[in-house]
Design a protein around this ligand. Structure first.
Ligand code: CU
Length: 294
């Protein structure tokens, strides 16, 4: 009995510590990038991610309640029905009421989880009328962004240690960020040029496979200006960890100015091949050429 009490006491202490850490995690969570000692998600900057965070917290409450309930039942069985406390066990084998209850209640719980889950899934899958379309192409090992309406395309390569400014995060900052205006629906067409990659930006709640020969679509609406980082999220070869995604969300005016600039900066001869950086990526850390597929 004393052992049991000690176990319950240490479980309670653990719960309090976990709750304190979880509450602190909200403060630790970075905007657009991970932060030291972060618990939970990165801060949301899009309605889709608000939904995901809400759903995560909602399911966490349900799981916690179920876990505590099952633990209480186990403790009850251990205490009340051990050989010493209950030397002559009952021979009962059926109880209709309990059997109906333990079938119906889990079904009700699953329905309660399924309804908001499907609602969020439908919102994610159906792109609303979009303001801008951008095509993100995953390549070994960098991303290319094409703005078909403005007719330019550019490559986005991770900055090496000596190229990075002090305020830019390691292994996430890139030379040319994808730029989008704030509060606009951005439709992202995602495709792979060589192997399967995945376009993922945690703060926007976006993750979509980039598959060669298949055009996938996702969308986001960034509601706060800033720089948001993501990473390729499909093992795609040896430099999988070195092809980050950086999205800069700016005001509408700043976006228009950037597009005008980018049209000149990324202008190219229509006859030239789509990508001209194959040689440049050869200089990535530890790269000596040779394709790896996953
Ligand atoms: Cu990749």
């Amino acid at each position: 009995m004393r052992v049991l009490m000690r176990m319950i006491r240490s479980a309670a202490v653990l719960l309090v510590v976990a709750a304190a850490l979880a509450a602190g995690g909200v403060a630790f969570a970075g905007l657009g990038q991970p932060s030291p000692w972060q618990m939970g998600f990165q801060q949301s900057a899009a309605p889709t991610m608000d939904d995901i965070i809400w759903f995560h917290d909602f399911v966490l409450w349900i799981i916690t309640a179920i876990t505590i309930f099952v633990l209480a039942l186990l403790v009850m069985v251990i205490v009340k029905f051990n050989a010493r406390a209950n030397p002559t066990p009952s021979r009962t084998t059926h109880n209709t009421l309990i059997e109906v209850a333990w079938t119906v209640i889990p079904v009700v719980i699953l329905v309660v989880i399924a309804v908001p889950s499907f609602r969020i899934l439908f919102v994610q899958v159906n792109t609303p009328t979009s303001d801008i379309t951008i095509k993100a192409t995953g390549k070994q090992w960098y991303w290319s962004y094409s703005y078909p309406d403005a007719k330019f395309e550019f490559d986005s390569i991770m900055l090496k240690e000596n190229e990075r400014k002090p305020d830019q995060p390691r292994l996430l900052a890139v030379d040319n960020e994808m730029v989008v205006p704030v509060n606009k629906v951005i439709r992202v067409h995602v495709i792979g040029a060589d192997v399967i990659h995945a376009f993922a930006v945690p703060s926007f709640g976006v993750k979509m496979d980039a598959i060669p020969g298949r055009l996938n679509e996702t969308w986001f609406k960034a509601t706060r200006e800033g720089v948001y980082y993501g990473q390729c999220s499909e093992l795609c070869g040896k430099d999988h960890a070195f092809m980050p995604i950086a999205v800069r969300v700016v005001s509408e005016q700043a976006y228009t100015a950037w597009v005008a600039d980018a049209k000149k900066k990324f202008a190219r001869d229509e006859g030239a091949p789509a990508t001209t950086v194959a040689a440049k990526t050869g200089a990535m850390p530890g790269t000596s050429g040779g394709a790896t597929t996953e």
